[in-house]
Ligand binder design. Sequence first.
Ligand SMILES: [Zn+2]
Length: 649
Amino acid sequence: MDLCLAKARSCMKTQYERSRVSELAHEVLKQKQFYYAGKPQISDAKYDAMESELRKLSPSHPVLAYVGAAPSATSPRITHDVPMLSLNKTYKVDDLHSWVGEEPIVGTPKVDGNSLSLVYEDGLLKLAKTRGDGRVGEDVTDKVFWIADCVPKLSKKLSIEVRGEVYCSAHKFAQLVEEMLERKLERPTNPRNIVAGMLGRKNHIDLCRYFNFFAFEVIGVDGLKTEMDKFEFLDNLGFSVLPHKLLKKAAEVETYLEEIKQWMDDDEIGYDGAVFSYNSLSVQSRLGNTSHHPRFKMSFKWPGLTARSKIDKIEWFPSRLGIITPVAVIEPVALSGATITNVTLHNAEHVKAYNLKRGDLIEIIRSGEVIPKFLHVVTPVEGDFDWPVKCPSCKSKLEFDGVRLKCLNSDECPAQRSGFILNWMRAVEIEDISEKRLEQMLSMGLIEAVHELYTLSVKDFLKLPATKDKMAEKLYKNIQATKKVPLAKFLNGLGIEGAGLRTWEKIIEHFPGLEAIQRITAEELVEVEGFAEKSAEQIVSGLKDRKDAIKQLLKVGVTPSVQKAKFAPGEGPLAGKQFVITGALSMPRETIEKMIREAGGKAGSAVSKNTSVLVTNEGDSSSSKMKKAKELGIPIWTEEALLTILRGV
Ligand SMILES: [Zn+2]
């Protein structure tokens, strides 16, 4: 190639790059300002792409170091003594692996909210600040007193700073929308934006009572050694903390991400990824910060692609519990290699909160393998939302319970009946009967209720389309094989709202036997650790509703079995002793607690005068449980000491 031409080309390229850099820098800064004002104009994915292009072209561009927009001139500005940096972010699990290296880390889900700093003096909340640009934030103290989780007075006279995330859950958002419309305020676009918007307002600040706060950072406390200690410390002070988990190896990261992804998408709270921190605080302080982010923290986001499309219509589907779920049929749009035509709209309350209807232009997101999710309305059309008055399956009148539309005709609604049977078949693991086959069995009148599965003969199955001798025999055998079923699976098969397999296993530990469980009261359930009053009531009333179904199942010979406990109540090597665990052990805490109970002992969550032994592998731990145990003179055992006794069982 002509040397002159080559030179000209490279010159052109740099010139192009230079103008591209300033164009990008301008746009990134502008979008940051919109974002922090609570009115983002583009999707996160688009913004991230722009920012990473800028980083590639000009890695040290000053715009990249801005954590947020400078606070508006009208609110009082407050400097952060310790800067509130943003987090280094990756979309790749491989990046996480190499960052983790050999260090134990702590993982938490990442709430899609707004960062906040609470400053306490002698235990009293004196000042609350937004993040602002990371160095200077806005004083929002008057608003924060409306947020219940922002503890106004600590149980101890400490002078500390607590940081965390303010957010608005889906249910509270719906209530907030209603109240804002009553006050003739503009309809908010989504939970994240309204939090930022409300914190920047001067009036209607009482609406901040619809927000919540998760604490994840504390500054100014001596003696904490690990990130896990920090969470325990904040928890003991009365703050809500995010679920957090200690991961000892990089290899555990992937499983952890899968685990949280499973529940995150359907949760009331909006999440947008996960955050990982090195557990050791001395490692953290050794690594320190760049001007932009701490080196000891890393956030992970699932690569999610967004798209926009118009709602063509909203369809409503009844489930096995009679809940009628809305699904938007949208104009087909391509998204991460698939053509999307349906988007779940969660529940009736959601449709109401966002005033969703035919013609609305909406933004949707698809991340990982999950079904695309509705994000927010881009351009609404005139008019009001609308929902069905009758059940699409049985035509009986629907009821709105404040969150969901429900068909109360549980005995006769065909959709609920088939949903109930399908749930049973999955729970007790009846194989080879697909949903389609079940529909055939129902429509041909072979069965009407779940217990009738067990009275079907090989002959009955031969009546099904495309079912020959061999298959009919197999179906018969598969069903009969599930007559002997573990009690937890039996109960799970009853499809009671608010209880999954793990819940039943836990209940069985305390109430071993079907009869005992059918006699439980809500009060008794609440005493079992981890049961909220509402879910206890749900479970008890669910069991009552299933009384007939249970009776019928037992009558046809279904026999739920319970593993016999090794010891009678009040016996066993740990009988009469209460154990409390602090710090990480070699097995999940739940497993060890189960072993303790099986050996006749009790597992407690806090150290008190009733505690017999504190179990820990960190003899030098400075956790509050450890301090309390030492104060009360409670014996401290290592995990090994406990296991030695348990092994002798
Ligand atoms: Zn119905």
